[in-house]
Structures are given as structure tokens and as C-alpha cells.
Design a binder for this molecule. Sequence first.
Ligand SMILES: *Cc1c(COP(=O)(O)O)cnc(C)c1O
Length: 355
Amino acid sequence: MDINVRTTDSSTLDRLDREPLAFGNIFSDHMLIRRWAEGAWGPAEIRPREPLAMDPTTLALHYGQTVFEGMKAYRGSVDGRLRLFRPADNARRLAQSCERLAIPALTADDFIACVSEMVRTEHAWVPHARGESLYIRPIIFASEQHIAVRPALEYLFVIVTAPVAPYFASGAKALRLKAEPRYTRAVPGGTGFAKTAGNYAATLRPMASASDEGFDQILWLDANEHEFAEEAGQMNIFFRIGDEVITPNLSGTILPGVTRDSVLTLLKDWGVKHSERKVSVTELKAAASEGELKEMFGAGTAAVVAPIQSINYMGEEIHVSADAGASLTQRLLDTILGIQYGEIPDPHQWILNID
Ligand SMILES: *Cc1c(COP(=O)(O)O)cnc(C)c1O
């Protein structure tokens, strides 16, 4: 596809040197924008980032008809080349989110072309330090001015990017989770598998409370029984019980993470016993008391692989064993980062180079 690029004459790139990099405190110079109207996507354009003029009747603001993606561009630590990690999987998931929210989908080719051209335009914004990256945030939202509850007739696809530091500082302590006994993130038949705004809005109140209580993240439990583990905040969750690694199966209430799938693929490559199935708090409690709960970790693009030390369920601590042996969490982190930064072979062709 043809993407018109109009670059800024007042870059703010020098902020990168002046301000410490966090997660989402600095945005790059440009944005990509593409409009859907009269039944079709129009041309895509990259131009200087600026506020979008929006009428108060813009449908997305009222009924939340909006989806997003989250991915990163990495600068190779050996060759300096820019890389995307499994962008076709983000394209596929975006299409699934769109389908659920009655939003017109983009083709995977168009999505990848738009993301790639944004990264090319913002190449100077991709940080050089290993672990840092350019976070890419594509969104699609209902931009039509109307007030009726129905799928909109106009949408905007927008991409912004932000240079980011690692989500959790290296050497940070393993996370402490609160298993949320009252609120839920997603229900069967709902939108849990889609990356859509409402899923996140519903988590803000319980997350603020958990944070006030001193926890790092929430462990979301199933909506029916509040018994089965679903996700750790905005990450998929894994448990190593004995010699088996378990992650909740994709039941419709769980976001199908690209990192989750990468972890499962690596475990398969390594011959590590693993399964996708329900895991109850009762099972975790029993495993912990027998010293068999060896590791827990979250997996997602932002944090990559993040160790979890404990889950608090109704005041009771479920803790991983202190003497867990070799850390699978660390091996997974090293391998995924190694592939993303072009340091080790990429046997599954996960990398797309951007030149
Ligand atoms: C994005 C997201 C994940 C992780 O998905 P990745 O593709 O690995 O980044 C997990 N859970 C939720 C709720 C998410 O929004």
C-alpha cells in the first residue's frame, strides 16, 4: 500500500537525552492515520502527531467501540537493525478484536505495512539500550458523530509510538499478586479475548485498591466461581508445579497473548512438559504447601516475562518455593529477548526486519 509521509520540522527527539525513559511518558514525533468511511478504508498517512479534533458526539466516547494493539520495535544489539516480533500475530488478533466489536478489520498486509512504515519514519526514536524499545500502539475507534447504539459508519485507525524502558526495572523484586475475590475482568460470552477499552476500564478500580493494599498486580479469577486463575493484570499467567508448566486455556475470557504463545512454543522446543488447562486456587494452595509450586510468571509484550513470588487469596499467602532450582522464568526471558534483539537464532521466523 502507498503511505504518504509528511515529516515534522520541529522534532522533539532531544527529549530522549534530557528525560529519563519510563513506560509511556514520551511519544515520538509522528502518527499514522487512516479513515474508514462509506464502507472502505481510505489512504494511510503519516504526519506530525497532533491532537485529533473530536466532536463530543464521537461514538467511541459514548459506547466504547474501540480496539487496540500493543507491540514493540527492537534495535538489534549486534547489527543495529530494527526488528518487529511476530507482527502477523498482532494483525490476526486485531482482526479478531475488530470482529467482536463490529469494527471493520484491516488486512494483515495493510496492518504490517502501516506499522513498518511508522517504525521506518520513527527509526531515530528506537532506543539503543538492550531492553529498551519503541512501543507501538495501534488503535481503531468509532469516529462517527452520532448518539444511537449501533456500529458506527466511520472509524479512525491511528498508530502512535513511544520509546520505553523495560516495564519492570531489571533486578526488580518478583511480583506480589492479589487474587481478586469480588470483581472480575471478563465473563464467558463477553469481550475478554479482545483488546478493547472496556476490559481495561473495568479493572482500574480494583487495581487501585490492590495497589493501595501494597500488591503489584491482580490475579483475575473466573467470573463464575472465583476459583480458577485467568490472568495477571495485563499479562498471561504461568505456573510451574513440579515438572509441569501450566497456563490457563484460552476459554474466551483470556487474552490470547503473543508472548504466551511464544512461551508455549519454547517449552515445546525444549521438551518441557506443559499444558493449557484450568488451574484452581485450591490446586495452587495444595502445591505450595507441598513445596511443589516452583515458579510463577506473567507474560506480555510490555513486561516480556515477569517473575511472581506470591498470590494473596483472601488474606492467605500462596508462595513459590524458595529452592526451586534452575529458573525457567529467566531462561524464557533470556531467550525471548535474545531473539528480539537479534542475538540468537530465530528458528520460528518470529522476526520481521525493518530496513
Ligand atoms: C495485551 C495483553 C496480554 C499480553 O499479550 P501480548 O500479545 O503477549 O502482549 C495479556 N493480557 C491482557 C489482558 C492483555 O491486554
